[in-house]
Design a protein around this ligand. Structure first.
Ligand SMILES: Cc1ncc(COP(=O)(O)O)c(C=O)c1O
Length: 471
């Protein structure tokens, strides 16, 4: 019963409820056993006491537990271990795996590219060609830092498209942003070391910090992006700041120039590091693409990371990390001894996709498609919700934010089931900030224009029902 709740899964009270319920169902908690006090359990899990109270209240309402004032909360005396419940409560690891996959396939999931528009035929041709041409050298261990061809192609792409000048030797091929983050944290953070993370932000970042034994420090995001001054007040001695300057997730704001300079100045003075998460900077629909923060980095404090999860597809699990010169040897060692590198075939195919110009063409085409799908979805939502909601569209990205002017805190979010919200993510999953609880992230990449109205209708029904139920 003791793991941390997962902030990307269902609401925390629901996770606690399910955990206790399955402990009872599987006989690990027996009739008469005392549950931890709500206060103690809340402290242990690092959640608000009210969250545990709510879970216990539901369990009591359903007859699993009995609450007897000062005697505390105990498993109800008449209850038998009911093993069949296991069928409806799969073990957490199964949840985690299928949740991620299934959520990505839901029509309104934010943060995934359009799967229907990926040039699968062309990709398959390249895969076939490279598979047929596999040489003995391709069968041996890959370079742990990544294939030279792919690193060169990425260096060329970054110079032209993102204003990042680097050479292939400074690039590590990773398994996407998540792997870049783990690599940076492992190499740079001492145990318990503090790291600034954006609030609201990508929940995997906070969770990864905890998994890696680091200490995430939540730094608020406002209309200029990360509030650097607040970060300095909260943890001036942090070793790392993880930030998405081009297009913050989920707020969609761009880090302003004064904040960029302030962040770089702090990093230089504190001898701290910045991890720039440029996860979808390619997809900007208004104004000019913002150059990367890395392009302003004179004192070499910025690690820049990008991913092919949005520009190609997340199943590829490929990304890249640009490492400051002073740290390259250390990072090579971490890759060699703790990672081993990425598969040769996928790297070769991706290198050719970039080198032959398919990548640039694909991004251009997708930018147009996303602009159009986004406009259709925004119009459909405006039509359907009318004055009941406000739609916030940042300058880019793969989702919009619907603000419904009332808390959606009770909107059930069950990523491993194709739940009623069709994959849209309520903000309570991403942050506890009171001023954000009225938000819902609505992905549009996988909704062709002709389906936007139907999707908006369905979403309206779900939101209306949730708001009614919470009144
Ligand atoms: C803020 C942010 N960073 C990075 C990523 C990409 O992560 P990965 O490369 O591990 O797929 C995502 C994906 O949703 C994201 O939202």
């Amino acid at each position: 019963m003791n793991d941390m709740p997962d902030p990307v899964a269902s609401p925390l009270y629901r996770q606690i409820y399910e955990r206790v319920r399955s402990s009872i169902a599987e006989g690990r908690l027996r009739p008469g056993d005392r549950l931890p006090s709500a206060r103690g359990y809340a402290q242990e899990l690092g959640v608000a006491r009210g969250t545990v109270d709510l879970a216990y209240a539901i369990l009591a309402g359903e007859g699993y537990v009995e609450t007897n004032g000062r005697a505390g909360t105990r498993v109800a005396s008449g209850i038998m271990p009911i093993m069949h419940l296991r069928k409806t409560v799969p073990p957490p690891t199964e949840h985690a795996r299928s949740a991620t996959q299934q959520h990505g396939l839901m029509p309104l999931a934010p943060g995934v590219p359009a799967f229907d528009l990926f040039p699968r035929k062309l990709w398959a041709q390249l895969v076939r060609r490279h598979a047929r041409a596999l040489s003995r050298a391709d069968l041996t261990y890959p370079d742990p830092q990544g294939s030279q061809a792919l690193r060169e192609a990425i260096a060329a792409y970054l110079a032209v498209s993102r204003g990042v000048t680097c050479v292939a030797d400074e690039i590590m091929i990773t398994g996407g942003f998540q792997a870049s983050l783990a690599l940076v944290a492992r190499a740079l953070l001492p145990p318990g070391g503090a790291a600034w993370v954006e609030d609201p932000g990508y929940t995997r970042i906070r969770r990864a910090m905890i998994e890696l034994g680091a200490r995430p420090i939540y730094v608020p995001v406002d209309e200029e992006g990360l509030d650097v001054a607040a970060g300095i007040v909260r943890a001036p001695d942090a070793r790392l700041a993880v930030v998405a300057p081009a297009h913050q997730f989920p707020m969609g704001v761009t880090l302003s120039l004064p904040r960029r300079l302030q962040l770089l100045d702090w990093a230089e003075r504190a001898q701290a590091w910045i991890l720039e998460d440029d996860f979808d900077g390619e997809f900007r629909y208004q104004g000019r693409p913002q150059p990367a923060l890395k392009s302003l980095d004179r004192s070499n404090r910025v690690f820049y990371t990008g991913t092919f999860s949005k520009t190609l597809f997340p199943g590829l699990r490929l990304g890249y990390l640009v490492v400051p010169r002073s740290e390259i040897e250390r990072f090579q060692a971490v890759m060699r001894y703790l990672d081993g590198g990425r598969p040769s075939l996928e790297q070769a195919v991706t290198a050719e996709f970039l080198g032959e110009g398919h990548f640039a063409r694909h991004i251009k085409k997708m930018r147009g498609a996303y602009r159009s799908r986004r406009a259709a979805m925004a119009a459909a939502l405006t039509d359907r919700f009318g004055p009941a909601a406000r739609i916030e569209q940042g300058a880019g990205g793969l989702h919009l934010m619907l603000r419904v002017k009332a808390s959606l805190g009770m909107l059930e979010y069950v990523p491993w089931r194709n739940g009623p919200a069709l994959g849209a993510v309520p903000m309570h999953v991403l942050t506890d900030r009171a001023d954000m609880q009225d938000g819902l992230l609505v992905g549009f990449a996988n909704v062709p224009e002709r389906q936007s109205a139907a999707m908006a209708d369905q979403l309206f029904g779900v939101v209306e029902a949730a708001l009614k139920a919470s009144r």
